[in-house]
Write a protein that binds this ligand. Structure first.
Ligand SMILES: NC(=[NH2+])NCCC[C@H](N)C(=O)O
Length: 680
């Protein structure tokens, strides 16, 4: 770590500390003072913010600890096996991981007495002066040695590391620069080989240990509307599943539908009233939300109806067949509506709503009760994540009327996912507002021994969708936006855009329709995924359909353009492969080399996203490929034509680079759930 880095780190630490303090102070004020003036959502937001800051602070503190080696002594790691022969390498190699292995060996052999020394490897950034990657371990190691009264300096440490660095076919050379930075320059031959592999065998995933991953996403509520928040969950969750699928994990995509609860009492009562023969003849309810509103109105205004609704709940919960049939009917109407959205967006998901856990809840509640985890609180049974501190909010496991809650279904669901589904990772994609809920589920599940050791709940939270006026997303008339209508508007706008560019004159009607859908759904997904998900995001068709910025339209055009280069030269893929087998890749021009190196980072980006589940880094990478490609294409001809337009020269090497670029971009888009088209 450079002095500058360390200073920045310290600055960040104290800034985070200050922020945390000020928020704590604000919270104190709120808890002690008058709450009536404070809006609940603001308090929630502050609580969340505070949690996030605590988390950030912990990360920074850990980083400092690791840097100064105050961390507990770890068992010495196994010596990693290094690549020695290029021909054994495939297109899916993660360069960053291999470099880490190389420097781990170098550092441990230069300083065998240091326990768990820091191996810090990063991408060098845009300045070619600093090499392609950097090892920045010399500075922290020098600090460490000084604290052990060994007199040295970072440059000396860097040179010692350099002397012990094993030769590797990945690396062309390493330079010691400035205050002990090790600048690593990649070997072009190696890069050419890897790109050739990608061309020959496709964009293969980096190898990882296979895991069973359960992704809980989308999860709208029956008879209520599926809103833009659910749309975000659907888009983000689907993309997470796609990346995990790509890495060959065993992914279970679950739709935790809100399909159980007291609201069904009034819905069934209303159904019986409106459609007495509902058992024999399926009632024509197309607008379930209107039906919901009507029944709510009856419920609020009519005492008799209210009583009937309550008795319906009892009948339903005791499994009375007629009532189950009515409930199924209502669920089915909702599901059909949800499915329309999923079909359009190409979402695969398994329905497994709250009702699925109904039969398991009794057992879980009994177990929690028997083990003494439940406390009584004004007639309810609650469970604290930490019974000593009573920090946070407890789960309401049983309501005072004996009923179960959202909390009961989630604690039961996690048990089912651990015990029956044998999950290794448990991912939940919901709005950030449910962060505390999942922290509590995690804490309680851990306390009850459901989650063990490294098992944990990973909450993938996201911000609110805002309109262009930065207020809650609404239609012009102030109504909530219906998702189907939103998608329809996307289709309309995307067609307008294509027509505006005269594409309707060159594409066949089928091609035009394909392009229209790819652009419409692609732009909605990409706009969501390309922003850091924790932030609120402004929904703007104008922005997402702009073909100049970092948008799906721009990227889709880029891919079709790249694809059309080889097509215009009438070079088939077979021909290209033949040429590649014969003469291989050659990255001669500086822009070719630059593009090649960006493409090599694909495995590294994929692995990062799979860990932190922040898809915007994949979007940033995609955009970087596209702009680096443009740089290359501006400088290097792939096909040369004479004045009358006849092809006089074809650079096969460059066409190969185009092909690999298109392949990697298409893979990224596929992971983001965005369909590409060959013409648009
Ligand atoms: N296991 C879960 N709690 N999943 C998320 C459910 C989301 C819930 N139905 C909602 O609309 O907010």
């Amino acid at each position: 770590m450079s002095e500058f880095d360390e200073k920045a780190l310290l600055e960040r630490t104290s800034k985070a500390e200050l922020e945390a303090k000020s928020i704590e102070a604000e919270l104190d004020k709120l808890t002690n003072g008058d709450l009536s003036s404070a809006v609940d959502s603001r308090l929630d937001q502050l609580l969340q913010e505070n949690e996030k800051l605590k988390h950030r602070l912990a990360i920074i503190e850990n980083a400092i600890k690791a840097e100064s080696n105050l961390s507990p002594k770890m068992e010495s790691r196994k010596r990693p096996k290094l690549i020695t022969d290029i021909s054994t390498v495939e297109g899916n190699i993660c360069l960053l991981d291999e470099l880490k292995n190389i420097f781990e060996i170098a550092i441990t052999s230069a300083y065998p007495n240091l326990v768990d020394p820091p191996v810090v490897l990063t991408l060098s950034g845009n300045n070619p002066k600093f090499g392609d990657y950097q090892c920045n371990s010399a500075m922290p190691i020098s600090h460490l040695l000084k604290s052990m009264n060994v007199s040295t300096n970072p440059r000396e440490v860097a040179n010692n590391i350099l002397n012990k660095t094993p030769t590797s076919p990945l690396i062309e050379r390493i330079e010691v620069a400035g205050a002990g930075f090790l600048n690593i320059y990649l070997n072009k031959k190696f890069a050419e080989h890897v790109l050739n592999c990608i061309l020959q065998y496709g964009v293969r995933p980096p190898p990882v240990k296979k895991e069973r991953v359960i992704v809980d996403f989308s999860s709208p509520n029956i008879a209520k509307e599926m809103h833009v928040g659910h749309l975000r969950s659907t888009i983000i969750g689907d993309s997470i599943c796609r990346i995990l699928d790509y890495l060959n994990h065993d992914v279970l995509r679950l739709n935790h539908l809100g399909d159980w609860g007291t609201q069904f009492g009034m819905l069934i009562a209303h159904l019986q009233e409106q459609f007495p023969d509902y058992k024999t003849c399926s009632p024509p309810i197309s607008d379930l939300q209107a039906f919901y509103k009507e029944s709510k109105k009856r419920f609020d205004e009519d005492e008799e109806f209210k009583k009937r609704a309550y008795s319906c709940v009892v009948q339903l919960q005791s499994g009375q067949p007629d009532y189950i049939a009515a409930w199924k009917l209502i669920c089915e109407v909702s599901r059909r509506e949800f499915q329309k959205i999923y079909d359009r967006l190409d979402i695969r998901i398994i329905d497994r709503g709250e009702s699925f856990y109904q039969s398991r809840m009794d057992a879980v509640v009994k177990e929690l009760k028997d083990k003494g985890f439940l406390e009584e609180d004004e007639g309810r049974l609650i469970m604290w994540g930490d019974p000593d501190t009573h920090e946070g909010i407890p789960l309401t496991v049983v309501k005072s009327d004996g009923g179960y809650t959202y909390d009961t279904s989630d604690i039961t669901a996690i048990k089912q996912r651990v015990d029956e589904e044998k999950g290794d990772r448990f991912i939940y994609v919901t709005d950030a507002g449910q962060y505390t809920h999942f922290v509590t589920i995690d804490a309680c599940a851990r306390r009850a021994g459901i989650l063990k050791n490294s098992q944990k709940i990973e909450h993938v939270g996201f911000g609110v969708v805002l309109g262009e006026d930065k207020k809650k997303f609404k239609t012009r008339s102030g109504d909530t936006v219906k998702l189907i209508e939103l998608l329809d508007e996307g289709l309309k706008r995307s067609l307008d855009k294509l027509v505006e560019k005269g594409r309707d004159k060159v594409l066949t009607p089928e091609e035009l329709k394909k392009a229209q859908e790819a652009v419409a759904y692609g732009c909605i997904k990409y706009a969501d995924l390309s922003h850091n998900r924790v932030n609120d995001y402004v929904f703007s068709f104008d922005k997402m359909l702009d073909d100049k910025g970092n948008t799906a339209v721009y990227l889709l055009y880029a891919v079709t353009r790249i694809r059309s280069i080889a097509r215009n030269a009438q070079v088939s893929e077979t021909k290209l492969l033949e040429e590649a087998t014969k003469s291989g890749f050659k990255l001669e021009h500086i822009t070719e080399w630059k593009l090649g190196k960006v493409l090599l980072r694909f495995p590294e980006v994929i692995l990062k996203v799979t860990n932190d589940l922040y898809l915007h880094s994949l979007c940033e990478y995609l955009y970087e490929i596209s702009s680096t490609f443009t740089e290359f294409y501006d400088k290097c001809y792939c096909i040369q034509k004479d004045k009358s337009g006849n092809i006089v020269d074809i650079s096969y090497e460059r066409l190969m680079l185009c092909e690999v670029t298109a392949k990697v971009m298409e893979k990224c888009l596929e992971i983001l759930g965005i369909k590409t088209v060959s013409k648009m």
